[in-house]
Design a binder for this molecule. Structure first.
Ligand SMILES: [Zn+2]
Length: 706
């Protein structure tokens, strides 16, 4: 770029407004903590201030860069004069302090302030006029920040530009990001301190006082204070954990908070998610250092009965360009800030101060969203899912107003996933209890108990069985049984009797609930068998056995016999064929030695019992054995012929036998001598079968001849 004439004109100087703004921007000391250490830095509102003008012949744009530091010292001259030529695609910068030219891009100019001592969140300062001049000259097509517009222009010239595709992407992202309001609520930091953080009182036992990280005051502590005891600060009332300064050097707490706002286009809404880190250290007298970073945004719309349409954005390095900016969700290289579990969208503690106003005029205006969300305390929740459910008509309003607080809390805590209770919430305009399919009376009970999901399901289940439980019974079942299959018997024997039996005979309370109580398992099993056996469950002596264990075992034996009978009945036709097959097989497989012999299964129960005894799946071979597709044999020891030993599968390929499997219990390989025995047995069987086939053949030939 021709340097001649560029410096002929005087640069623009700082306006009074710029000087004032910079002087007011005194910054706050913050601490950045990395995995390997930490450093202090100062966060200012703005790092650069810009003014711009176009040369007389309209060829060159001059952007004058002032630093906050210079302005704060009252210096009116720019630190750099950046000249841009859009026709010749060129640029050059004049360093007014060192009086030399530089061909560096704006992000590489030496501005005499350590860029890392600034928060990168700092907004650059420029008047509307300057913004317009720059953007119009550079044809950005929108109102971009001056630094961004300049860096994009310069990067393009350097061939380091974001590709055309990227440009389209970044332009569209900026289009949305520019509609996000600048301002955070006035009580934003108070909200973070009150709602999102977990606080401690660091105490010195002998002094009977401690330091509260919430109100930051020295406060009295109870005389019985113990390390890690929880309580409330006597000054501010905040929930705290007491920590002995002797035992704990500090606390680190990391969470996420969020803010919902209306976008400046008056059409969209934005969910803004911030990471919050709090460090409390003894070295620092436990004064909390709180850092926040906005890492995620989601632009969304609120409409009737439709899932939220939304677009997510993340702060990070854009496509390996070295530029940190807003990117589409999942498309940026993340820094340590959004790494470490906090990837992109996450559960957060929502700010509720503006919610009522925010939802006014929308379909959600009557939903007590602020109240509900606030009641979740410092618990991080899936804010977008809650809003999605609200929009889809989940009856938050009805349930909340009736008083089902805990139920709502659990629903939100599960990210809106159904729990135990069945809810029919796609229906419109029905009464609150109709969502659960219960009577008004049942709903009253649920409200009275401020029922949890499990308690609600117990009430609902009772209602399905047309019985009503007392509050005490609901609470007892909730505590010891959960939603248990035994409830199904409440129509046969009263809940009162069943509960008393569980207490007195099964020792549920003593065993810490049904889950850990084997007698409950046995009883449940027993009742199930008794039911299938068709015995009279209304008979109390049947329903409530004296000795659960014994009753269970005896019934199990009776049940097994019955089951066998039923199986045999079912397999009657097939067993006829199996029986015939077995007779044929026995003719060939009659080999035995001193140790072993062969048993041929002749019916389904033979298969089943062998399968049970050997813990294998031989019973599933039954059908194939019936069809003659395979031959199943059992090897038995001659001294214990009734006891299972090895299970063998043979293939019968046109009268040629081959051993496919020879297994002992639990599908383990048969012992060597049993294998040798089987090989011998097959050889012998083959001879017999071949001879039989030959005789058969002879017979056949005679018949044909005759
Ligand atoms: Zn306090």
């Amino acid at each position: 770029m021709r340097k001649a004439g560029l410096l002929g004109k005087k640069p623009l100087t700082a306006t009074r407004k710029m000087l004032e703004t910079a002087q007011k921007d005194t910054g706050t000391i913050k601490k950045a903590v990395l995995s390997y250490g930490s450093y202090n830095y100062t966060e200012y509102e703005s790092r650069f201030y810009f003014r711009a003008m176009i040369s007389a012949n309209k060829e060159i744009l001059e952007v004058d860069l002032f630093t906050r530091k210079d302005l704060a010292y009252g210096k009116k001259e720019p630190r750099f004069r950046i000249f841009l030529d859009r026709e010749k695609n060129d640029f050059i910068s004049w360093n007014t302090v060192e009086e030399k030219w530089s061909r560096a891009k704006i992000d590489m100019l030496e501005t005499d302030d350590d860029r890392y001592s600034y928060s990168y969140r700092g907004r650059n300062h420029a008047t509307k006029e300057t913004l317009n001049t720059v953007n119009r000259y550079l044809h950005t097509g929108c109102v971009q920040d001056v630094e961004t517009a300049v860096i994009d222009f310069q990067a393009r010239i350097r061939g380091e530009e974001l590709s055309r595709k990227h440009r389209l992407v970044t332009d569209s992202i900026d289009g949305y990001m520019n509609t996000v309001p600048d301002r955070l609520p006035a009580d934003w930091m108070k909200f973070i301190n009150d709602r999102a953080l977990e606080h401690s009182i660091f105490y010195i036992r002998d002094m009977r006082t401690g330091y509260c990280t919430h109100c930051r005051l020295r406060v009295p502590v109870p005389t019985n204070v113990r390390h890690k005891m929880t309580g409330k600060c006597s000054q501010c009332g905040s929930s705290v954990t007491y920590r002995s300064w002797k035992k704990q050097k500090g606390v680190y707490y990391s969470t996420a908070v969020s803010l919902l706002q209306k976008c400046t286009d008056r059409d969209n809404y934005v969910y803004r998610q911030f990471r919050v880190d709090m460090h409390v250290k003894r070295d620092n007298k436990y004064v909390p250092e709180i850092n926040t970073w906005e890492m995620y945004r989601r632009i969304f719309q609120i409409g009737h009965n439709s899932r939220i349409k939304a677009m997510g954005f993340e702060w990070g390095e854009f496509n390996y360009t070295g530029i940190d900016r807003w990117c589409h969700e999942g498309r940026c290289r993340r820094s340590w800030l959004n790494g470490d579990g906090g990837y992109g969208y996450a559960r957060s503690v929502p700010y509720t101060g503006n919610m009522k106003k925010l939802l006014k005029g929308t379909c959600l205006q009557y939903v007590p969203a602020a109240e509900i969300l606030k009641s979740m305390g410092s618990k991080r929740i899936n804010v977008m899912v809650v809003f999605d459910d609200m929009q889809m008509g989940f009856p938050y309003e009805a349930f909340w107003k009736m008083g089902l607080r805990r139920f709502i809390h659990e629903w939100i805590g599960r990210d809106g996933v159904h729990g135990l209770t069945l809810i029919e919430w796609s229906k419109k305009g029905i009464r609150p209890w109709e969502y659960f399919g219960v009577a008004k009376e049942d709903m009253r009970q649920a409200v009275r108990l401020d029922a949890t999901d499990q308690q609600m399901r117990i009430i609902q289940k009772a209602s399905e069985l047309f019985i009503r439980l007392t509050d005490e019974q609901v609470l007892w079942l909730d505590r010891y049984m959960g939603v248990h299959v035994l409830m199904n018997y409440f129509q046969i024997q009263t809940p009162h009797r069943i509960i008393r039996y569980l207490q007195e005979n099964a020792g549920v309370e003593f065993n810490g609930g049904a889950r850990n109580c084997t007698l409950v398992h046995f009883w449940t099993d027993y009742l199930d068998m008794v039911n299938q056996l068709g015995w009279d469950l209304h008979d109390r002596s049947v329903f409530f056995p004296q000795d659960i264990q014994r009753a269970h075992d005896e019934t199990a034996a009776a049940f097994a016999i019955l089951k066998d009978k039923a199986d045999a009945e079912k397999m009657k036709a097939k067993d006829l064929i199996m029986n015939r097959n077995a007779k044929e097989i026995k003719k060939a497989f009659c080999y035995r030695n001193d140790e072993y012999m062969i048993t041929v299964p002749g019916c389904f129960l033979d298969f089943k019992h062998e399968g049970n005894a050997q813990h294998n799946c031989v019973a599933t071979y039954y059908d194939r054995a019936v069809k003659g597709e395979c031959i199943i044999l059992f090897i038995r020891r001659r001294k214990a012929p009734k006891e299972s030993f090895c299970t063998v599968e043979l293939q019968n390929d046109n009268g040629k036998f081959a051993i496919m499997q020879n297994m002992t219990a639990y599908n383990k390989d048969a012992p060597e001598d049993a294998k040798a025995f089987m090989q011998k047995a097959v050889k012998e069987a083959q001879k017999i079968a071949d001879r039989m086939a030959a005789e058969e053949g002879k017979k056949l030939r005679m018949r044909v001849a005759g």
